[in-house]
Design a protein around this ligand. Structure first.
Ligand code: DLL
Length: 433
């Protein structure tokens, strides 16, 4: 498959490190001169941004957290005057104060290049007809991919404001070959097609690029088999740039990080200690080309691992593992720390396919009680009571064995649990009583 920017994506590692160092030096000097937060921080810890001679020096700087960005609302983290900002995007603010990020002309140029790389790595070319089902607006998914897809020269359909049934019609009638969307959208599309009796053979789809939220390997297998298409994962976050930070290539065993623009580290989320390749922890990113909104050692909150370089596709950029959970997804049930994705894995193993589920936490006699609501397919749901009870028992047993928790399992009909992008899987009623 084509490599969009061979010069940078297959760069020699020594050359890459030199490039990173030069860009890091420029970025550190920029933030020191222009962002009071970093000026005060560097002065306080005695860090001289003009005396950086190796990438190791980066480790002397404390991490930047989301809280710092929130406190800087609206523009205190900007490193250029607003007159140089040509675009603003923002986080949704569902978990607190939103964060506004700005882009200069050069930032937009880089972002376009980065999403073009993501698309190219998935085999997208100028011959493709691309449907972008990510929202256009403050969310970075729509516009971020739009520019990259146009840069590739594909025919781009910004369909996302249409409702999903209309998007299905567009997909069919316009002979869309590539869909860029969230996994939730793909799941909904698949359900609607079943309901309407539309066969995937009626579509011209061959590839879908999914990102913006976690999705499982079982989901990949299921959708790929059903639609006879290939799915590619891509990762990014607003604070850093949006989509384009990391992406799967044809090998689909990890996501290449655009290291000529971002320096990744993985740390122990509790102690802040830097972890070696292969050890799971929180991803930390330093931007080294951003002008308007540069961030130094930003804690993303996402849990992943870094794999050393070397990939069958020829890219030399390191890869990160797929993100299935965030540090703040962790829940504590009767003193045990657990991630919702651990339940997902077990349920999928028992049911044999991807599931839409929800965890409801409550207190019963002062003890945490967990109810797991699981959507199952209509045919199983309409099956005899005995079969349903058996599935419930199997899931419950596996969870007890593997996680040492006894949940109440409730199987529910398809489309009972609301799907929406970025939805959290946990409803916690424990403190509301
Ligand atoms: O979701 C940017 C994006 C748009 C990425 C389109 C990919 C495609 P935010 O709304 O700021 O930005 O949310 C960022 O979403 O910290 C992760 O927790 C999660 N996330 C993003 N991509 C993935 C992925 C965009 N591929 C937050 N797998 C991140 C798992 C993901 N989680």
């Amino acid at each position: 498959m084509a490599i969009w920017n061979r010069e940078y994506e297959t760069i020699d590692r020594d050359e890459l490190e030199q490039l990173q160092l030069e860009r890091l030096q420029q970025t550190l000097s920029r933030v020191y001169r222009r962002v009071s937060y970093y000026k005060n921080l560097f002065d306080k810890i005695g860090f001289d941004p003009f005396d950086v001679s190796s990438l190791e020096d980066l480790k002397k700087i404390p991490y930047t957290t989301k809280e710092t960005l929130r406190l800087a609302y609206p523009y205190d983290m900007f490193a250029v005057p607003l007159r140089e900002v040509v675009r603003m995007q923002s986080t949704s603010g569902t978990t607190g104060q939103p964060i506004i990020v700005g882009y200069t002309k050069n930032d937009i140029e880089h972002w376009t290049e980065l999403t073009a790389r993501v698309l190219s790595a998935a085999g997208v070319t100028e011959d493709d007809i691309i449907m972008i089902s990510f929202p256009y607006g403050l969310f970075t998914g729509g516009l971020g991919f739009h520019y990259g897809a146009e840069r590739i020269g594909a025919s781009v359909i910004p369909s996302s404001s249409a409702d999903i049934e209309d998007q299905l019609t567009i997909m069919k009638d316009y002979r869309v070959t590539v869909c860029i969307c969230a996994p939730t959208f793909m799941a909904q599309l698949s359900e609607i097609m079943d309901i309407k009796g539309i066969s995937p053979a009626e579509l011209s789809l061959k590839t879908a690029l999914l990102g913006a939220e976690p999705w499982s390997e079982s989901f990949r297998r299921e959708i790929e088999d059903k639609f006879s298409i290939k799915l590619f994962d891509n990762y990014g976050l607003t604070e850093i740039i949006g989509p384009g930070v990391a992406f799967e290539c044809e090998e689909r065993n990890g996501l290449h990080i655009a290291e000529d623009h971002f320096i990744p580290e993985v740390i122990d989320p509790d102690t802040g200690e830097i972890l070696d390749f292969g050890k799971k922890g929180e991803l930390v990113i330093t931007t080294i080309s951003k002008e308007a909104y540069p961030l130094i050692r930003y804690r993303t909150g996402d849990l992943t691992v870094l794999y050393p370089d070397g990939c069958g596709c020829g890219r030399t950029l390191v890869k990160m593992g797929r993100v299935s959970e965030r540090v703040d997804d962790m829940i504590i049930i009767n003193g045990k720390n657990i991630f919702p994705s651990q339940f997902e894995k077990i349920i999928e193993d028992v049911v044999g396919k991807s599931v839409n589920f929800q965890l409801v936490l409550d207190k019963k006699d002062n003890i945490d009680n967990l109810e797991i609501q699981i959507e199952i397919s209509q045919d199983i749901f309409s099956d005899e009571m005995k079969r349903l009870t058996e599935i419930e028992k199997n899931i419950s047993r596996e969870i007890e064995e593997r996680l040492d928790i006894i949940p109440d399992i409730k199987l529910v009909e398809p489309r009972t649990i609301k799907r929406s992008m970025k939805r959290r899987r946990v409803i916690d009623r424990r403190n509301k009583n």
